[in-house]
Design a protein around this ligand. Structure first.
Ligand code: FE
Length: 254
């Protein structure tokens, strides 16, 4: 399996602390059936700045260590970029790293509590530059959870989304789990990834998530997500199903 969002790069953010922990995480990922990991450190969030060149160097070192330790996982390049007023400056300075060699697909993180007022404008401007943002874990965003229509609009505008495996299996609670289900039902999810930060509470639960999706939505949906991750790995365009709008809640007197 392919994991497109993971904090396995050592010592750069709130994920793996050092190379030993990265090796331990990688072994756990292998046990969980994962063969390819996109290392996606935080960039421009309140705490961490990880620019393109540093991530490239870190990934080279990590791949070397994996080979020396005979751990059959390949690390690919990526970055989780927080939506930020400096995002376009960072892009101009060539600090931003997409998931593919064609500079097309970018993991974009919203703050957990809200959707900044300039979000739609940032998405629009990125799309104009030929970059498709993949909004990471929209199911964990409080404002989107309260305003499903807004998520529909962001996807309608051209953004893609990635759900986190832990959300699907209930690790973040019932509300986030049920929102994840709705997002899938309305064709608003395009990728599943672990967003693993460690081997404990934020571990490699991709297989469990796919099993849950197969039970709830059918095996075709699982194949859709797996295939989209493979498309990214091969620098191909993912499949995008037509988003289904949420029905308006009708308030009535009974
Ligand atoms: Fe992340």
């Amino acid at each position: 399996m392919i994991d497109i969002h993971c904090h396995i790069l050592p010592g750069v953010d709130d994920g793996s602390a050092d190379m030993n922990e990265s090796m331990y995480m990688a072994r756990k990922a292998v046990e969980a059936g994962i063969t390819h990991i996109f290392a996606t450190p935080h960039h421009l969030n309140e705490k961490y700045v990880n620019v393109k060149d540093d991530i490239i160097n870190g990934a080279v070192r990590l791949n070397e260590s994996l080979q020396q330790n005979n751990i059959p996982i390949t690390i690919h390049l990526g970055q989780e970029v927080r939506i930020h007023r400096d995002i376009f400056t960072s892009l101009e300075k060539e600090e931003i790293l997409t998931l593919d060699d064609n500079c097309t697909y970018l993991l974009l993180e919203l703050p957990s509590g809200r959707v900044p007022i300039y979000t739609q404008e940032v998405i629009y401007e990125l799309l104009l530059k030929g970059i498709t943002p993949i909004i990471v874990h929209p199911e964990r965003n409080k404002e989107l959870n309260e305003n499903h229509k807004l998520l529909f609009e962001l996807v309608q505008e051209g953004a893609l989304t990635q759900l986190t495996s832990g959300s699907i299996i209930g690790s973040f609670g019932k509300s986030i789990q049920s929102f994840s289900k709705k997002i899938i039902e309305h064709n608003l999810a395009h990728f599943i990834a672990t967003d693993a930060h460690n081997t404990g509470s934020r571990g490699f639960t991709l297989q469990q998530a796919y099993e849950t999706i197969t039970k709830a939505h059918g095996i075709d949906r699982t194949f859709y997500f797996k295939e989209n991750a493979e498309h990214l790995l091969k620098d191909q365009s993912p499949d995008v199903d037509k988003p289904v709008p949420f029905k308006k809640k009708i308030l009535g007197i009974f």
